[in-house]
Each structure stands twice: as C-alpha cells, then as structure tokens.
Design a protein around this ligand. Sequence first.
Ligand code: PLP
Length: 498
Amino acid sequence: MPRNYVPKQISLDHLGLLKKTSCGSRDSLAYLQERKALKHQGVFTKTERLSKTQQLGVEDYPKGVGGPKAQPMSHPGTTDSEVVYKYAGSVIRQIIPQDRIGTYTVNMQTGSQNGVQNGCPINKEGAEFNPYRNWRRPDLPSRCTYGRSKDNPHSNKSCPKPVRPKILNSVLENIAGTPMIRLNNIGKSEGLKCEILAKCEFFQPGGSLKDRIALRMIEDAEEKGFIKPGATIIEPSSGNTGIGVAMVCAVKGYRCIIVMPQRMSLEKVATMKALGAEIYRTANGIPFDQPESHVGVARRLMEEIPNSFLLDQYRNPSNPLAHYDGTAEEILDACDNKLDMVVIGTGTGGTLTGVARKIKERCPNCKIVAVDPEGSLIAEPAELNQKGKKFEVEGIGKDFVPTACDRQFVDKWYKAADKESFQMARRIVREEGLLVGGSSGTALHYGIQAMKDFGLKEGQRCVVIFVDSIRNYMTRFLNDEWMGERGYLEDEEEEPSK
Ligand SMILES: Cc1ncc(COP(=O)(O)O)c(C=O)c1O
C-alpha cells in the first residue's frame, strides 16, 4: 500500500529516521566510500577492521605520500568525531556521529563491506561492493569521461531515435523518441529571425525527460547485477525522476520509495502514489548534506531497508549517459547535425552534461546556454549565485553542484527569475499550443535573451529543451490565484505584437 507522506514534524519521530546529532551528516559510510576511492589510488591494500572503540581518526587514514592528512577532533558534549583531510585537492570535513559508528570489515581488495550500522546490515557477508548501497556525497567533482574515448568507464548504448513497433511490450518501450517542434510565434513576436525548435520531452509517457534516466539508471544497475527482483528502489527527487522511477518500478515489479521536498507539487505526489510508490516528504530549504534533507532521508532509508538501492541521480553516471546516448542523438538527428545553440535548464545537470558533451563533439561551434534559477548555486562564475534566495520553478536549481553536472562545455550561464519563467510557460501554452511545465518557460525566456545576446540570425537554429508537462502544475502556475498571490501576474499577458 502506498505510504502517505508524513508531515514534517511527525515524520522525524514516527519514522525514527532523523535522529539529530549535534554535528553534520558526513559519517562512516561516506568515510568508507572515500577509503574505497583511495584504494583505487593504491593507498589501501589490506583488509582493515574498525571497531567501535577505535573511533575514526587519524590512525585510520593512510600515512605517507598521497594519503590525506587527517586530524581527528572530538565535539564538545558528544562523542562524535570529526576528521579533516585533503582528498582530490579539496579539504573534506567528515563528521562521524557517535550513533553512526558501528563495526565494519572493509576488504580493500574487493571493496566489499560487511557490518552493521544502526542495527542495519550494510552488505551481506561476502557480498561484493554494491555502489547502490553505499552513499557518497552528491557534490564531489565528476571524474567521468562519459564519451567514447578509450578510458570511458561506462558502456555507451547506441540509441538514435527509436523505431517503434506497432505494438509495444510495455510503456517503457515508449520512452525516448520525442518530437522536435518548431516555435512559430513567440520568437517572431520577440523580433528574432532565427529558427527556434523545442525538444518536446513533455511527451514522454511519464510526462518528462526524466523517464529516460529512470529507465537507464535501473537497467544499467540490473545489467551489472546490482539490482535483482525483490529489490526496493529509493530515489531523492524533485518529482519527475520520482515519477519515472515509479513508472519503471510499476512495470518491473520493484518496491519504490521516493523522497521529495515539500515545496514540490501535489500533482507529482498524486501521480507517484497512483504508480504505487511510497512517498516521504522533507521540509523545504534543508541543506542537502543534512540528514533531514531529501538526499539525507533517502540515504538513511537505504541504510535501514534491507535489499534497497539508492539510484542517486545526482551522481549516477547513467543520468548524463541517457542524454549523451539518447537526447543529444535525437536532437542531432532531427537537425542533421546543424545547430547553432542549445538551451538547457539545470537541476542534477545530467541533461546539460550529456547533451552538451555530445553536441560539442559533433558541432563544436554550437553555443551551449545553461539556465539556473536565482537562489541556486550551480551557475558559473560563482558570483552570479545568491545563496538562500527562494525559487519556485520546480526541477531546476540546487544548493550544491551535483557530481553529475559537468559545466565545462557551457558558453554562457543565465540566472532565472520565477515571474519571467512562469509567464513564459503560460505564453508557450497559449501561443504555441505546447502543454509545458514551468522550467520550459525558464529555458525559453532566457534562451531568447541568449539568442539576442549571441546575435543569432536568419538561417541559424536554436534548440530549447522543454522538460516536463503542464500536468504537474494544474494548481500552480496555471492557476490565476496562485500566480496573483505571488505577484507573478503583474504586467503579464499583453497581446503579443503581430
Ligand atoms: C521540470 C524540470 N526541468 C528541468 C530539470 C533539470 O534536469 P537535469 O536534472 O537533467 O538537470 C528537471 C530535473 O528534475 C525537471 O524536473
């Protein structure tokens, strides 16, 4: 039976999930994960045992060249430990709350972990290391290449626009292959002569581009044998990935748990519940690295539920790969490899990473424009960003730069305001007949700005990705009262100039 989301206050005690510690959320699992990374650098070579009394401190870190310089500190009034060390060029502060310290055996040869944490087994005796049962910070820099180079650690799937049989075996075969549709009115009324094409991801069966990554993340994990029948799939999401994952789980028969901040729409919750997912909602505005955040709760559930697996779109390489192999191929195919600009909103940054990387490989002169809401911290340079500002467009923006987000191919970042985004989303519906969600308005409004700034001319072409559908927002930006209360209707809806 779907589990109702629990109100913020009750959820903490009721679930017994969110025991507060006086320190942050970094703990022994992250520590173990770091150690695994260090193992790959040849730092650890032996099987090591950490005991409860040992605590985690300097003696657990490797000494000598290449190893981190660790200084353990205890926290006043608690037995929590904090370790500060350098890893991959950045200073990492790792806090290990007393209640999270358990007994582990870490086999540094195989990476397998056995042990108990909070009374919950981490991995079965003798089990191989499973990345879906080992939490890792979602804001570490990406080390992936994603491309087709020799050192690409992933398998690429050749997926140009799928050719559909007349009868599909399940709804999953209807994922991808979305249409590219020309915008005929808005560009003109803005005085633009270039061609504007919309990659209409809102036609996906789950209603958003996130269906692609949901399927790819689950199937990649299945192929590698990490997820098997009977598993529980857990995902922190702003909703669309949750819907995609719930849909894939419904078809494949997995139990599905989605953790989502309160601010996301009830329409998304209703869709996920209908698909049989259990939903946990977390309070808004909690920093991602706190245990009460949607990322933190998802992690905690994974640690506590046996046979559960955290896909983690924020750092799962299958996220950008779904766009590198799929979305980008479809865009290039539709445009016969001729395009001058692509505009992409960023949340996990998976779309940006996958699409930009492939397009720069094929069309090096194509400009990549990325859009990030005011209040989010993803844009570059960092001075563009304003920490703590609230934003209401859903799906884009984060308080950290996700590992899945590779910003190296972006030519220009734009910071987006809610009012302009929602007003443009309403124009797209009314003037182009496309039933899009709010972040599509963001992409087009700031895309138009970019087309003007870069001086796109007649004969040139810009593709804007429209991520999700109006269905998610019936009570939000479609509703005049909701818009009016927030001042989003002011000076809206003048007749478009003919
Ligand atoms: C509506 C919407 N737009 C844009 C995005 C951003 O996509 P990405 O996570 O690939 O950056 C998302 C992600 O959840 C979304 O839900």
